[in-house]
Design a protein around this ligand. Structure first.
Ligand SMILES: *Cc1c(COP(=O)(O)O)cnc(C)c1O
Length: 398
């Protein structure tokens, strides 16, 4: 593998966690936008990008948005999630999907992660729906809060798919929408189906540190014609008569620009190479760290193919000789950037009062997890430096 992309904001000798790889037709396509004046939300690259992503996932429609968070917000709106409804979401995720639930006035109900994959626990989701909810007036209601449960929002964290079939079966049984947060999992597969084409609607992110980037951006993908049309309408200010400025709904200015989509098209052309590089990085680390006591490599379930977005290990304080945060600091002193997983969302100030159903292992994962540098363009020398440092800093490596 080659060294970092030129221009990536990385100081000499530093190994960043994840920086974008800009090596394809990005310049050419952006120049095309600038030369032709198609810089804003109308323009050929937006539709081309939407088509490329939707085709890749096997979805009928893609609607490009200004961020992944906006895609989640729009997805919940088109899925019919209404104020005071409830949405099931894992407590171990980036906060964005949970915030999106609040944007539409609904409430999160936090679910636990599952111990092997660290993804939303399908057994606990099923147990919550079967035991803690009741079917009344043609809809499912939470016995504790009395609120209507409207949707499940599985976030495929770190690129590994959620075990979704049991959740999809319950969702059908109880008439719940399934909104996939696939922002970290572009290219991942679940039982050989593409992640992002498992539920009713899925969301992607093209933020700078995701699998592919447009600088900032997102997309909602779905098979439903009406939901896609509604999303396109809502993201462009809900224009019913664009000449006379008639709006029958409250719209949003949430459309991706042609300039960004141009970068996205160039990035999509490289997606397979990016995924192969991510997989190779994961394989290298897993092999190299297998002998380090107290470091547990991430596991891919037999039914899963991860996008390996952020390669994340668990550090056992006793066996390793220091905890994940001490390791983070020690690596930082050597110019190696690492990062813990997100603070459990049900413990964040805006969400402390929300219901958390048997969330038992998220805290342990949060305490032990550390993501290692895994940019698509990371060099072999950098990988060796990281793995060597993790080995050397362990109890037995000193
Ligand atoms: C990045 C991310 C988002 C939000 O995407 P943005 O494009 O940054 O708005 C949502 N959910 C998860 C799990 C993410 O990692």
């Amino acid at each position: 593998m080659e060294p970092y992309a030129p221009g990536a904001p990385v100081a000499a000798g530093q190994i960043p966690l994840a920086v974008p790889e800009i090596r394809g037709n990005e310049w050419r396509y952006v120049k095309d936008c600038l030369d032709t004046g198609w810089v804003s939300t109308a323009g050929g690259y937006v539709t081309r990008f939407e088509r490329m992503v939707a085709d890749r996932l096997g979805c009928r429609h893609g609607v490009a948005t200004v961020t992944g968070t906006a895609a989640l917000h729009m997805a919940l709106l088109v899925a019919g999630v209404a104020p005071d409804d409830e949405v099931l979401v894992s407590a171990l995720t980036f906060v964005a999907p949970v915030n999106a639930i609040r944007y539409v006035g609904a409430w999160p109900v936090f679910m636990d992660a599952e111990a092997v994959t660290w993804e939303m626990d399908p057994e606990k989701v099923a147990a919550f729906l079967d035991r803690k909810c009741v079917w009344r007036d043609g809809a499912l209601h939470n016995r504790l809060t009395g609120r209507r449960v409207r949707a499940v929002l599985p976030a495929h964290i770190l690129g590994h798919p959620v075990d979704l079939d049991p959740i999809l079966a319950r969702a059908r049984q109880y008439e719940l929408a399934v909104v996939e947060d696939a922002t970290e999992a572009l290219g991942a597969r679940y039982r050989s189906r593409p992640v992002g084409h498992l539920g009713d609607v899925a969301c992607l992110s093209f933020n700078a540190n995701k699998i592919i980037t447009t600088g900032g951006g997102g997309m909602l993908v779905t098979d439903r014609d009406d939901w896609a049309a509604r999303a396109a309408y809502l993201t462009t200010q809900a224009k019913d008569d664009p000449v006379e400025y008639v709006h029958h709904a409250i719209g949003y200015n949430a459309r991706l620009t042609n300039l960004q989509a141009a970068v996205g098209v160039a990035q999509m052309e490289q997606l397979d190479a990016f995924l192969a590089a991510k997989q190779e990085i994961a394989r290298y680390y897993t092999d190299r760290l297998a002998g380090v006591a107290g470091v547990t490599a991430p596991r891919e379930a037999p039914w899963a193919q991860s996008s390996w977005w952020l390669y994340t290990v668990l550090v056992d304080r006793t066996a390793y000789g220091r905890d994940s945060r001490a390791l983070m600091r020690a690596l930082g002193e050597e110019g190696i950037q690492t990062r813990p997983l997100w603070h459990p969302v049900h413990r964040l100030r805006p969400y402390r009062e929300c219901q958390a159903y048997r969330v038992e292992i998220v805290d342990r994962l949060h305490e032990a997890a550390l993501s290692l540098p895994c940019s698509v363009g990371i060099s072999q020398a950098a990988l060796e430096r990281v793995a060597g440092a993790v080995e050397r800093l362990s109890k037995s490596g000193a």
